[in-house]
Design a protein around this ligand. Structure first.
Ligand SMILES: Cc1cc2nc3c(=O)[nH]c(=O)nc-3n(C[C@H](O)[C@H](O)[C@H](O)COP(=O)(O)OP(=O)(O)OC[C@H]3O[C@@H](n4cnc5c(N)ncnc54)[C@H](O)[C@@H]3O)c2cc1C
Length: 230
């Protein structure tokens, strides 16, 4: 998975500035650096009491490359997100496909909503790698054959599987990102545990890593308050 932060205007002070307009009005910008401890306390209070809108006055644009099945889950996140994805109509899709590596737990145990994943055997890992590679090769050959015969890209692409990589820009704010992270990561500090597919979780973890550097106080308050978006 590839996640690059390509553009951002996102800091903890954006949260404070927005929150303090309630009490300080236009003066709120001057209040920012006066008392760091109070600032941290205010962010924590906003998070705890779920005063969400001050966390919206910021913006992060990520470039993400991941398999189509990850994007299918990703695009379910509608509120506070903007997306633009590469087109399979206007360009030929590259043969880049997902094959899980040895770290990906392969076997699912338990019931829906309470899954646990455990290591696969070396034989299962070999089977997964071989079957996927064979299937991807056949699909991509069919795609190329259709294109060579003059079939439109938008028709020929129907043969390509969901393991194909796509790329997109995704823009969000801290509030929509926190909602996404709460659902798409499995985290020990989560008050409401989620059971995301590992591959979208890998993307989410990389996004969280970038966001933490930009808004450390907000990130800390998110964790302290059980990773529930305000
Ligand atoms: C572990 C997991 C398993 C899942 N399994 C499935 C599955 O099997 N099948 C499936 O179809 N989906 C599945 N989903 C997707 C899930 O149902 C949501 O579509 C997805 O997580 C996006 O969440 P959201 O709607 O809260 O986010 P957003 O679309 O970003 O919305 C954010 C918030 O805005 C509000 N909101 C947005 N739209 C509306 C609306 N129309 N009406 C009222 N309030 C709204 C809600 O408060 C919502 O939480 C799964 C998600 C997870 C995390």
């Amino acid at each position: 998975m590839t996640v690059e932060l390509v553009k951002h205007t996102a800091t903890d002070t954006d949260v404070l500035w927005a929150a303090r307009v309630s009490t300080a009005g236009e003066q709120s910008l001057e209040e920012l650096d006066k008392d760091p401890a109070r600032s941290k306390g205010l962010i924590n209070y906003l998070m705890r009491d779920r005063h969400g809108s001050p966390f919206e006055h910021n913006s992060m644009t990520f470039f993400i490359s991941a398999p189509l099945f990850v994007f299918r889950e990703f695009h379910r996140h509608r509120v506070g997100w903007s997306y633009n994805e590469e087109s399979g109509r206007y360009r030929q899709l590259e043969p880049v496909f997902y094959i899980p590596d040895a770290a990906r737990k392969l076997v699912q145990q338990g019931r829906p909503g309470k899954y646990e994943f455990v290591e696969g055997t070396p034989e299962q890992l070999e089977l997964v790698g071989r079957s996927m590679a064979d299937s991807y090769r056949r699909s991509y050959e069919a795609y190329q054959e259709m294109l060579a015969a003059g079939v439109a890209r938008e028709v020929a692409r129907a043969t390509l599987p969901v393991g194909l990589y796509s790329s997109m820009y995704a823009t969000c704010n801290a509030r929509s990102l926190m909602h996404f992270l709460g659902l798409r990561t499995k985290h020990e500090q989560a008050k409401v545990p989620s059971f995301p597919q590992r591959e979208i979780e890998m993307v989410a973890e990389l996004m969280e890593e970038q966001w933490t550097k930009l808004m450390p106080l907000t990130h800390e308050a998110f964790n302290t308050n059980g990773r529930v978006a305000p």
